[in-house]
Design a protein around this ligand. Sequence first.
Ligand code: G16
Length: 551
Amino acid sequence: MAVNVPVPTRQISLSAPFRDQKPGTSGLRKSSKQFETPHYLESFIEASLRVLPGVAGGTLVVGGDGRYGNRRAIGVIARMAAAHGVARLITTTGGILSTPAASHLIRQHQAIGGVILSASHNPGGPEGDFGVKINGANGGPTPESITDAIYAATQQLDGYCILEDAPELALDQPSSQQLGAMAVHVVDGVDDYVTLMQKLFDFDAIAALLKGDFPVAFDAMHAVTGPYATRILEGLLGAPAGTVRNGTPLEDFGGGHPDPNLTYAHELAELLLGSDAYRFGAACDGDGDRNMILGTRCFVNPSDSLAVLTANATLVPGYADGLAGVARSMPTSAATDVVAKQLGIACYETPTGWKFFGNLLDAGRITLCGEESFGTGSNHIREKDGLWAVLFWLNILAKRREPVAQIMAEHWGRFGRHYYSRHDYEAIASDAAHGLYNRVKEMQPGLVGQAFAGRTIATADDFAYTDPVDGSLTSGQGLRLLLNDGSRVVLRLSGTGTQGATLRVYLESYVPPSGNLSQDPQLALGDLITAIDGLAEIKRRTGMERPTVIT
Ligand code: G16
């Protein structure tokens, strides 16, 4: 029985505000060391609790991806939440909570929001990164109006409020506890999420597929999806033990980089692309919101994945009535646009960052959305959802009973193919990144056109977006060079890195169904790759002969 023991609240003074707490594309992401600086985490949490509406008397969800610093942060946030009058705090056993499961918990408990502890796909551990994401009452990342207000609050902070000498929370099993006047509920972070998935997908059909000759390899990358995937794939769907690889969450992700792409999930990629042993492969990132999909000798580009899910959605029980509309981030290829056009549904193009889908989802304008950065999701929550995408694919495969590669070939044969690739230049000098970006931005369109011999530039702009729901304007979202034959190059600086700058170069060209659909994307995009390097002087300015990651 929980006992309400009065615990004194203490006001801690800060000698000076922290100046570097501007949230990026997805919350505040810094090195673990930075977060260990005395009062650093507390400063950002104080600012967030001052800005989030409804804190006093409200319910707050807290959890994270299990990385180094997770448990300590939960303790700090709980004591600060209690000091700010939060009535009920919901956290999870071991503090383990994937980003999509957190979004669901917030919605299910009508919480005022949540604090998700993760630096997503960035490495963890004492030498790695930590992060804090603030989600709102709809379960999604807070809009820019809130993140700007949080940042402004950090700039003026002279202290914070925390419970003094409170007992440590017991997180080892589900329980109800009391922290001062605040009730703390420790729940199993997997249960509710699994129930939601069972409502959306045909578990019987997927189980029947997995019982046949259909070996699957899922790589949890020693991150948060391990317990979720093990329960769902090996438990409920009957996949053999061992289907889930690297399934135990570790504080440093086993020293790995939990980013599900061909570089960082290369062991899985080699299994699928280099042999015929598996029919389906997938991986998720640190906090479980990203996904990579593979078939036998077939990599599914994330932009294509969204298009395939859109085209096949009615095969899945949760989407059997069809889709209200779809959305993709600007750098994501237009593969989904073509499908949406054929289906006669709206397709929106938003800036990078899941928060931009929130209003469209809340307004019922879209059902599915996705990004080239391995994120796909729907209106079931307000975050991208890695395991959801895996189950969506398995549901389609269970209904169509065709190999992944055949599904892709048929898709391109019907809609045409958007050859697509992203080249990342990671951790480069910030000056070099901004220098080459500004060089292209300030260039005359005529000069830009010359670089793309034989084609002309239809539009060259810095992408700006007016939210169709609330009218807010977001500008400076990436340089778009749109060519008259429908191909394009986009340059964008990452908003999630913690070291130097990361330049992303997005390359895309469209081939109609009658064209050559089976080229290697790097070859199909070869002339665009050469042209943009010449134009932006990428190699010279970054000092790198090739990108760190090619997707
Ligand atoms: C975050 C956002 C995504 C966005 C990505 C972009 O991903 O949640 O919506 O696409 O950042 O990253 P960058 O700015 O580096 O290109 P995550 O998985 O890190 O939360």
